[in-house]
Write a protein that binds this ligand. Structure first.
Ligand SMILES: O=C(CO)[C@H](O)[C@H](O)COP(=O)(O)O
Length: 221
């Protein structure tokens, strides 16, 4: 699969001027924006909700990639659909019914993603693959930006890519999230990832065009 996307995570952006921050990465050539929704229960942090998604929807046409790090995501899926998300990803660990949650997202006409934490295996992939468009492999424990990629997650990406091909779903995007930077992006790409969430590697730099170009260059090397 040839698709590769850098998806800047606004978790690391300056929320005091969010529109300007998002515009800076759209101007740098990014057409996916990653939105980390945290509830203070599933992860020890609280961030944003559907109001922020709908505000960004009114201002930007790019793909809004919403990552729900919330318990019982089923209850909030309709609000994020209404807000204008394009991709909604739920965590396998956050619901007793990941299959039903993925079906809810797809039946709303959106792309559905399944996220798994670093400590979660790929055992359920054969049973959920028919309902998903994207597999998000967390490369850090979720909750905070600026962490270091956990090396064991790289072989999980490779294993997931192999299994997806064997299951006849080589088209499923593999997204990686956490600790993606110039030093790590190439190894996860080679393992089979194609959507690269980058928070601090983009927003901690004042020149966003340069930051995105550096990641793109490291990907191609
Ligand atoms: O989901 C997340 C945290 O739960 C963030 O998207 C992720 O950590 C990105 O931040 P960075 O690129 O700085 O590691």
């Amino acid at each position: 699969m040839n698709v590769t996307k850098i998806a800047p995570s606004i978790l690391s952006a300056d929320f005091g001027c969010l529109e300007k921050e998002v515009a800076s990465v759209v101007d740098a050539g990014c057409d996916w924006i990653h939105i980390d929704v945290m509830d203070g229960h599933f992860v020890p942090n609280i961030t944003m909700g559907p109001l922020v998604v709908s505000a960004l929807r009114r201002r930007f046409r790019c793909t809004l990639d919403v990552h729900l790090m919330i318990e019982k995501p089923e209850s909030m899926i309709p609000s994020f659909v209404e807000a204008g998300a394009d991709v909604i990803t739920i965590h396998q660990e956050a619901t007793h019914h990941p299959h039903r949650a993925l079906q809810m997202i797809r039946s709303s006409g959106l792309r559905a993603g399944l996220a798994i934490n670093p400590g979660t295996g790929l055992d359920s992939l054969p049973y959920l693959v028919g309902e998903m468009d994207l597999l998000l492999i967390m490369t850090v424990n979720p909750g905070f930006g600026g962490q270091t990629l956990i090396p064991a997650t790289v072989s999980k990406v490779a294993s997931a890519r192999r299994q997806l091909v064997e299951l006849g779903r080589g088209d499923v995007l593999i997204e990686v999230d956490g600790g993606i930077n110039e030093q790590t992006i190439r190894e996860v790409y080679e393992a089979g990832a194609n959507v690269f969430v980058a928070g601090s590697a983009v927003f901690d730099h004042s020149d966003r065009t340069d930051a995105v170009a550096r990641l793109t260059k490291a990907l191609a090397m």
